[in-house]
Design a protein around this ligand. Structure first.
Ligand code: NOS
Length: 321
């Protein structure tokens, strides 16, 4: 008998790298995926829900519930920035798959998150792969959510590096900076994986070729949808490979020793030209005056990653899938 499986809920905006992360999760014996919740980001929320249901059907895991998340930011903002230019207009590499047969459950994402965290206090890990609106709504819905949730492992922020939306902001934080600031200062056990980490984790053309030789159904499926993601990286970053944002974050939840992290306070810039900027206070200086970082709870921010080990794990779990 091994360790008990870690219960996880993946909050997701699928998304090509989300699809990879979901499949890696379903192929990780350490995890029990107890639900998917959906959010806008790579696509609008309605399409994120459709894609989440579709991916579970592809993987033969329609037993896993999907709860639809917010269509608006936490401040009821409707002007959303959608990264369809990264993932294709359908979010899954312009493959125009048939609509899923299944439906989302009645509960909203926030209600589902609160319910599961209350059902299994301290045991549920939320892996947040999109803007943090649903998590912030869960915190608003239940003031004890921060205490009840086991850990929130989130893909977000650009810590001491440029963003990917603009030099200041990373896409998930930019998607809902007010929600992100609420989550970072909530007191929950948070591990943030920023693009300072995920830009080190590259799936190369050679890896993709290897994946394409796999007989696995999921590996074959991913090779199809990856084309658009590779083209975008080639043009935008001039790389012969793609960044494994979401799979890296998922694996951080499986095996935290793939990363090292620092502890301190994170605040998010919510307006102006640096909207979405994440600033980490490392607590090295004791400031004489009260700052916006004073008396806020610590979070963990990843600072190094064993990138070859992450790529190897992703490949290993997908090759036989
Ligand atoms: O250039 C980009 N603009 C917007 N979103 C992006 C870009 N590159 C990747 N992502 C998406 O945003 C998250 C990481 O920030 C990932 O989910 C990734 O798919």
């Amino acid at each position: 008998m091994g360790q008990p499986k870690k219960k996880i809920i993946i909050d997701t905006d699928p998304g090509i790298d989300d699809a990879m992360a979901i499949f890696v999760a379903l192929r990780s014996p350490e995890l029990e995926v107890i639900g998917l919740t959906t959010i806008f980001g790579n696509v609008y929320t309605t399409l994120a829900t459709r894609n989440a249901l579709h991916l579970l059907e592809v993987a033969g895991r329609t037993d896993i519930p999907v709860a639809e998340g917010s269509h608006l930011t936490i401040t009821k903002g409707t002007k959303l920035r959608i990264a369809d230019f990264v993932h294709g207009t359908d979010g899954l590499g312009n493959q125009n798959f048939a609509p899923p047969k299944g439906k989302a459950i009645e509960q909203s994402a926030a209600t589902f998150l609160v319910q599961q965290a209350s059902l299994y206090p301290g045991e549920v890990t939320v892996v947040a792969l999109g803007p943090l609106t649903n998590i912030a709504l869960a915190l608003e819905l239940d003031p004890d959510f921060a205490k009840k949730v086991g850990q929130i492992v989130l893909l977000g922020g650009a810590f001491a590096v440029n963003g990917n939306v603009n030099p200041a902001a990373e896409a998930n934080i930019f998607g809902d900076p007010d929600a992100a600031d609420l989550v970072f200062t909530s007191g929950a056990d948070i591990l943030a994986v920023g693009i300072n980490i995920t830009h080190q984790v590259v799936l190369t053309d050679t890896d993709r070729e290897k994946l394409s030789k796999s007989k696995g159904k999921l590996a074959q499926y991913l090779c199809k949808i990856l084309e658009v993601y590779f083209s975008y990286h080639h043009v935008a970053y001039n790389t012969a490979g793609v960044y494994l944002h979401d799979p890296t974050t998922l694996l951080a939840a499986v095996n935290p020793s793939l990363l090292t992290y620092a502890e301190g306070v994170v605040r998010v810039q919510t307006s102006g030209i640096m909207r979405g900027l994440t600033i980490f206070y490392n607590k090295k200086k004791r400031f004489g005056e009260v700052t916006e970082w004073s008396d806020k709870p610590n979070v963990k921010v990843a600072v190094t990653v064993d990138a070859p080990a992450v790529v190897e794990l992703v490949m290993e779990r997908l090759m036989n899938s």
